[in-house]
Structure formats: C-alpha cells, structure tokens
Design a protein. Sequence first.
Length: 171
Amino acid sequence: IASDGWEPMGYWLRKLTGQDPFTLFAPTMTERLTVDEEHPAYRYAVDNHLLSSVSVMKNNATGGYYGTESFDAYVFFPPVSIIHGRPDWLFNTMHRKPVEIPVLLLQNSDSAVLIQAFAAGEPPTAIPVDQIVITKQDMQTRLALPAGRKYWIRAVYAGASASKPIGIVVD
C-alpha cells in the first residue's frame, strides 16, 4: 500500500491469491508537452538514447527494476514522432498502412470532420478500426489501417449527419 493509501491492483491480487505478481506502472515515463513536465529519469533515458522501444529499466548494479514500493517497475515509452499526421507507433509498432482520406468526404464541410474506418462486414454498431478528426487543411493526415482487408470509410459532420460510406481495400 502506498504512503497515500493507494491500493494498487497488485496488492489485491497478492491478497486474494497469495502470489506476488510483477506489477508495472505506465503513466509516468512518457513524453510530455514540455521537458520540464517530464520525470528526470525519463529525460535521462531519452537524452541518452535508451528508448528505441517500450522498455522496463533494470539497475545493473543491484539487478532490481526501476520502480517504487508500490509497484515493481515503471514502463518507459519512447518519444513520439509524427508520420502522416499520426503517431509513429501506429505504423512502426502496429504495422498499419497509411491510407489517404477520400477528398469526397471533406468537400461539403468547412469545419472539422470525424473520419471513421470500419472493417467491411462488421455490424453498424461496430467500433471503428481507426478514426480521426480532420479539416480540409489536414489532407496530408492519413488513416492507419491494417493491410489485407476491405474497409468502409465515412465522415460524420457537425450536427451528427454522416456521409455515405466509401469502400476501400488496403493492400
């Protein structure tokens, strides 16, 4: 239990099962809006090029992980680069393909538009495979979709009216 009374999930798993789970804490070691907002250990890892992928740090001297008394290890996330108007991990880690948004979907709107891509054959209540809010000025932005499938892309305009879906295949 943390000094502030926080009882993490690992505490309850240990209490219920009698086993001590390896626990991770992910929110802290990430890029922030400004360097001043970043944790010093995160800044050190970035400045020393230690984060080519999502990482858990281990202390070479002690063999222990970099964590606290409340959890075993922090998860460190590498800084994000923007590719096609989207975070690089969509393409590099998830291996999605950049897909151009059909201009036809933006022709009737001067304001921001929600673009959604659904897997073909999914019910109308399905969760989109990808979605993004863009304007006509953001036409370099791409959807990020897994290859080898057919999708339906639609636009949702201000006032919640939706376009007719446009079918595409991502190779």
